[in-house]
Every structure is written in C-alpha cells, then in structure tokens.
Design a protein around this ligand. Structure first.
Ligand code: ADP
Ligand code: ZN
Ligand code: ZN
Length: 726
C-alpha cells in the first residue's frame, strides 16, 4: 500500500501548511500532533487534514518522523475553530495552533494521565471522631466543614493554609474517603434570587439547545454572577459543560472560589496563561475528554475543546483584555460568539457597561438584551457628581470638595479611594530654564519620575535611569517634577491627613501576586483609610467600608485621539464608581473636571448607560467608525520610520485595485502617534470597509500578496483585524 498524505500546521511564520507522507494513517489521526523534518531540523505540528492529493508530487514529500498517538486527537470542531481564527485574523495556522495548545501537548510528549481529583466525604468513623472530639484541630475543622456542606473535591479541600496536612491526616485515619458519585449539578449555599434576577434567568434559560446570543446588561452589583451560576447549574443538569470567560487572571481565583464553593461535586477546571505547564495541559485534557463540568479562564480558554459544550458566558464582555495585542491578535469575545454559533449553544455576554459593538447588536436585534437595573443587596447606586475645578483652587491637584468628602469618611471610620490612572511620582521631570524634559532615549515618550526608588522609568520600554541632580542640558539645579502621579498624590494626602492610613495600590505597590493579595487583605480588614489607586482598583473587588471615590484627571481621555477613548473612560468611571457603597453603606463618587456639563459626565451622574451609548453610537455612525464599519490596520516597524512608510506605500499600491473590487477604502500610511517604541519606529495604514465580509474578502487576497513582498531586512509587519485602537 502506498503511504498516505498528512497535511501539517507548523509553528512557523509562513502562511501555508505542509504536506508529508505517513504509513498506516486513519481518520483518527486527524488532529494529532506529529514530528516532522523541517529545513535542517525537526518540528512538531498538528495534522489538520488528510488530503487525497498533495501540493507537491508525492515523491518529493518527506515522511513524518512520529505521530503522537498516546494523547487524544483534537476534535474536528476544534480544528474548525483554529482554522477560522487563522483565516479571520490573517495569521499563519501553525502559529494559531501553537498558541491554542498547551505546551506539553504541542511538544507531543505524552500527557500524563490527568490526575484524579476525587470527591471526598465523611466516613462513619469520621462522624464518630467528630462527635467524640475534645481537642480542636485542623483535621476536625475539616470534618466539621464536610459535615455541614457535603462532599468536596480533593483539590478544593487541600487548598488554603494548613489544609493539605490536615486532609492527609484525616485520610490516613480513615475519617474521610472518596465518596459515592454525587450530582455535579448540586448547588450549595445559593441565595434566593431577586424578582429581577428570576425574570432574567427565565429568559436566558429559554436559550438552551440552540445558538442564541444574549447581552446581560446589569448595573454593578446587580447579581449577574448569581445569574450565570444558575445557568451553569442548568447546563450541568442537562449534561453539558459550561465555559466561563473572565477578563483577568487576577479575577479568576476569586470567581473560581465562588464557582467551586457553589458546585461542590462538579469538576471545575481553571485555565489561564499563568498556570504551570502541567496544570494547563491537564485541565485542557480534562475538558477535552469531557470530564470537566465547568471551565473557567481568561481569553486563551476560548480555545479549550469541550465535547459537551452547553453554555458560554463572557463576563465583563466590554473588557479590553479579551483582545490579544501581540502574536495572534484575536478577540476572545468575538471568537466565543463564533464558537457558540458553530456548536449551537447559547452565549451570555455580561457587563454593567457593555461594549458599543454589543450594545448596537442588541439595538439591531442580533443579540437579545436582558437587563438588571438594580443592585441585588445594596439599596441604591452611588451618588455621582462632577466637581467643577475651573472655579476652585486646587491643592496639589486635589479640590477642597474632595478633601472634605474624605475628611467626612475619616470621621465616620469609612474608606475613601482616590483614583488616578497614572503611576509614579510625576509623569515628567523638567527644567524651568531651558525646557529640558526627561525623555526616553528609545521611545517617543517621557520617563516617569519614581521618587520611591529614586529612578526615572519609561512605562513603555522599561528603560531606567538615575535622577539627575541638575539639568543635563544647561546645568540648572532647579529641575522640577511636573504633573502628578499616584506617589505624589499619596504624599499630598498623607500631609493633609497625617493621622490617616494612606495606602497606594498600583502596579509598583503590587508587583507580585502575593503583594497584591496582601494589599487586598489589608484593605478588606479595614487597615487603610484612604486608598490611592490606578485601574487595578477599578475591577471586581468588594470592600464593604469603601463609601467614597474621588476621580482625578479624567478629562484627559475626553478628547483623546483614539475614538474609543471616551467609551473606555465611561466604562472605567462606571466600574470604579461601582466600588463605592457595595455594602450596607451608601456610596458617593466625585469626578474633578473642567467640563462638568460634558454629556459623558451627565450620563454618569444619571447612571444612564443607555443614553450615553446612544450618543456615542450616533457619533460613530456619523464618523463611520465601528460598529458602523469594519477596520483593519497594517503595521510596520523598522529602525527608521521612513523605511516603514515606504513599505506601507508599496502595500497600499498593491491594495489599490483590490480595494476597488471589494469596495474597501485603504488610507495613506501614517507614522504612529507614539512613533518610537523601544528603539523601533512604527507606522500604520488603515483599511476600512462597510462590513466585515467585504473586509475579510479583501484581506484574504491582499495578505496573500503581502506575504509575497520581500520586505527590507530590518522591517517587521503584521495585520490587526478589528484593532482595539485606531
Ligand atoms: P455582579 O456580577 O452583577 O457585579 P454579583 O453577582 O457579584 O453581581 O452580586 C453582587 C453581590 O450581591 C454579591 O455579594 C452577591 O453575593 C450578592 N447577591 C447577588 N444576588 C443575590 C441575591 N439574590 N440575594 C442575596 N445576595 C445576592
Ligand atoms: Zn535646563
Ligand atoms: Zn522607552
């Protein structure tokens, strides 16, 4: 018998797949990893097709080295998804596969049979021990918990300080043992839903069994997560798997705890890029073999194979981190929608401040909108008001209104947060005599003054330098920090409120996961009175004693060049405002501004997302911005911007006849606003179409030509489809 042909996607920056020959191939080998000779070496790729006819004459094909048959093959629908992603985002398939597969699977090492995570339950002797107990111990506490809340997964039981030895001890003494199969859909400790939640749930659960996109628009604290959890429960009860996407790694442990606690007998797999290789591969295989009931993770987990997929939830669907900004520039929310359609399952996009794309889709009936208008527990939404700073003398950037509001909180023993989205002491150091400013030598950006560790630091390329004692240009010793960052604000507030505990929460204060957790703990315990925070503080955390949020420097985003900047500002302010008054105490938000009558602030004041969305959408329609148009950007970087521009001009010349044929518009190449980044100079070219299909058709043709161009040696280029910024 003659050998068969296998078509392999390899992780190389080339837009094609590669054919090889292999013996004893069956249809079951589709989706398996394979080692093949490539160039002078070897590579591992994925078998993506078993074609009858090869691209080359068969005698010129090389034979594969080995097919990895110990691990299960990736299913056909998964191949369909990565192929779609490669096509849509104009990226080599092999690189998409390499990104989507956990490293172990990719390396074609056998994936260790995923370790069992049995459900542990009290035994009779465990119950006796509990009754007979005299001295308190960790093991007893564990038994008590099992008695109260029912069986738990081993992984969950041994989480937490000191719990692992206690569990081992209880196992050894026979007090606990793997229990009988329990119902994975069983819920523990679920609150009674509010009427509004019930109504939403009824609509959403009507979507099971077919593709139905929902937009769950619910104000912060309205209990969206509670609604997701009920849907997950129904999904599992129907024999399905639920995929829950969250925007950030920092938010996964929190939600994981909530999900795992709610479904003690379900198998919950958590997936994100910060996981150890082994854990990621294991979780992936558990999901692929249908053993996981719930998969929870960041954008990458949209690529998890799920044979029994029954529901997709995208939490905080507006969040910018669903879009990947390097390599394969995909948007996980958009891929999730494609996938829900492919698999014929409902998808719920949830947010307090939906993206204008999703809001528009709901306006036009493509998505079904479901709203939660009031908070589940706290009685009211925080009171929001702009503070007009045109008429007020500021003290180091902070208005008297704000200071008084903080003072009032201090008296009542409540917490305040002052939000300033700018790290460091001051954004720049400058010389009053000659105008020298602390520029980064490698970027079109200023170096930020970090007084805490006495450095100047570029926030774009991380270049660092010492703080000069005098102006490097003219020698003036009176060089000054200009403007304000979180460190300076911390100093100002500390001086004004010497008895208050001021705590700064930004990326410099929380460099590591454990520092971040320690800060959150400290705030939660009430060991801080005034918080100074950046966007890190905006999302997802509940602090019951936090009742006041003051916002500085919001105006800078009002008139930014990027058309999405106001949308992001609105979302951010709504989110950060949502931190105030989450508990029993009412909240208040003050926004310092020179434009108190700006519609953005007016809508915030009224908590009227719908009105703001309508205003923004009207502007976008007029300007032909998404969602009223589809965009792509072609980027080029080189040591000098002229090289990048020249190449983009060449690309544009090729595009001209195609653009006409497909009805798209190709703009002139322009240097990027921040032209220099980390010693390279950057330029871009915008492509605009009335809708995605036309854009896709054009890009497919055009990129074929682009791959054929021979760029100058030092030039790099890439396409960004549906870019986050234009
Ligand atoms: P969201 O996801 O919309 O921000 P959550 O689901 O996190 O809201 O709910 C906010 C808070 O209200 C949480 O502490 C949650 O436990 C609580 N909560 C939600 N729904 C209910 C309910 N029906 N009864 C009591 N508490 C609820
Ligand atoms: Zn000078
Ligand atoms: Zn730099």
């Amino acid at each position: 018998m003659s050998p068969s042909i296998v078509r392999v996607a390899l992780p190389v920056p080339l837009p094609q797949v590669f054919d090889y020959t292999a013996e004893n191939i069956s249809i079951g080998d589709l989706g398996r990893c394979v080692r093949v000779p490539f160039g002078r070496g070897e590579k591992t790729g994925l078998i993506v097709a078993l074609p009858e006819v090869a691209d080359l004459p068969v005698e010129r094909l090389k034979p594969v080295i080995a097919i990895q048959r110990d691990a299960p093959a990736l299913p056909v629908d998964w191949l369909g998804m990565v192929e779609f992603a490669a096509r849509y985002y104009q990226h080599p398939l092999g690189e998409v596969v390499a990104m989507a597969l956990p490293p172990r699977l990719r390396k074609a090492d056998a994936v260790a049979g995923a370790e069992a995570d049995p459900l542990l339950d009290l035994t009779d002797s465990g119950r006796e021990a509990l009754l007979a107990s005299k001295r308190e111990s960790r093991a007893l506490a564990l038994l008590r918990e099992l008695a109260a809340r029912g069986p738990r997964r081993r992984s969950l039981l041994k989480a937490g300080e000191g719990a692992a030895p206690a569990m081992a001890d209880a196992l050894k003494r026979g007090w606990i043992a793997p229990g009988v199969a329990a119902d994975p859909a069983a819920m523990a400790g679920a609150p009674t839903l509010t009427g509004e939640q019930e109504a939403a749930l009824e609509i959403l659960s009507g979507g099971f069994g077919s593709f139905q996109p929902f937009l769950l628009a619910g104000v912060t604290g309205s209990g969206k997560t509670e609604v997701y959890l009920r849907l997950v429960q129904q999904t599992i009860a129907r024999g399905g798997q639920a995929l829950i996407l969250v925007p950030e790694i920092a938010l996964t442990p929190q939600l994981e705890g909530r999900v795992a606690g709610r479904f003690p007998a379900a198998r919950v797999v958590s997936l994100h890029s910060a996981l150890a290789e082994g854990a990621r591969s294991q979780g992936f295989v558990q999901a692929m073999e249908g053993r996981a009931d719930i998969v929870l993770g960041t954008r990458l987990s949209v690529f998890t194979p799920l044979p029994r997929l029954g529901l997709i939830v995208v939490d905080e669907e507006h969040d910018a981190s669903y879009k990947q900004h390097e390599g394969v520039r995909y948007n996980a929310r958009d891929l999730a929608i494609w996938r829900a359609r492919q698999r014929g399952v409902p998808i719920v996009l949830g947010s307090a401040t939906p993206s204008l794309e999703s809001w528009h889709a709901a306006d036009t009936g493509r998505y079904r909108r479901v709203e939660l208008a009031s908070r589940a527990v706290a009685a009211t939404l925080p009171k929001v008001r702009p503070v007009d700073i045109r008429r007020e003398k500021l003290q180091n950037g902070v208005s008297e209104h704000l200071l008084r509001a903080i003072a009032a909180r201090l008296e009542r023993g409540e917490q305040s947060l002052v939000f300033l989205n700018r790290r460091g002491y001051a954004p720049v150091l400058s010389c009053p005599s000659c105008g020298w400013v602390s520029r980064c030598p490698h970027c079109t950006a200023n170096m930020v003054l970090h007084l805490a560790d006495k450095r100047l630091r570029c926030h774009h390329c991380s270049h660092e330098a010492g703080i000069p004692l005098a102006c490097p240009d003219c020698g003036d010793q009176d060089i000054q920090p200009f403007g304000r960052g979180t460190q300076r604000l911390e100093e100002t507030l500390g001086q004004r409120f010497p008895d208050a505990r001021v705590l700064r929460v930004d990326r410099d204060a929380a460099r590591t996961r454990s520092q971040w957790d320690a800060l959150l703990d400290q705030i939660g315990r009430g060991d801080a009175d005034i918080l100074v925070g950046t966007q890190m503080m905006a999302k997802g955390h509940d602090f019951p004693r936090l009742t006041f949020v003051g916002v500085l420097n919001a105006d800078s985003s009002l008139f930014a060049a990027d058309f999405r900047a106001p949308e992001r500002l609105f979302q951010q302010l709504m989110q950060v405002g949502g931190r105030a008054g989450r508990g029993e105490l009412p909240g208040e938000v003050m926004i310092q501004t020179q434009y108190p009558d700006h519609p953005l602030y007016k809508c915030l004041e009224a908590h009227d997302f719908a009105r703001y969305a309508a205003l923004q959408l009207a502007e976008r329609k007029q300007a032909r911005f998404p969602p009223y148009a589809a965009n792509a950007l072609l980027f080029a970087t080189a040591p000098e911007v002229a090289i990048a521009i020249d190449w983009l001009k060449e690309a544009r010349a090729i595009a001209a006849p195609l653009a006409q044929a497909f009805g798209v518009q190709v703009f002139d190449p322009v240097p990027m606003r921040m032209v220099r980044l980390a010693r390279r100079e950057r330029a871009q070219l915008l492509v605009e179409a009335a809708a995605r299909p036309a854009l896709q058709a054009f890009l497919t043709e055009w990129s074929r030509h682009l791959w054929g161009l021979r760029p100058p040696r030092e030039l790099r280029w890439h396409l960004d489809v549906d870019p986050a910024e234009v």
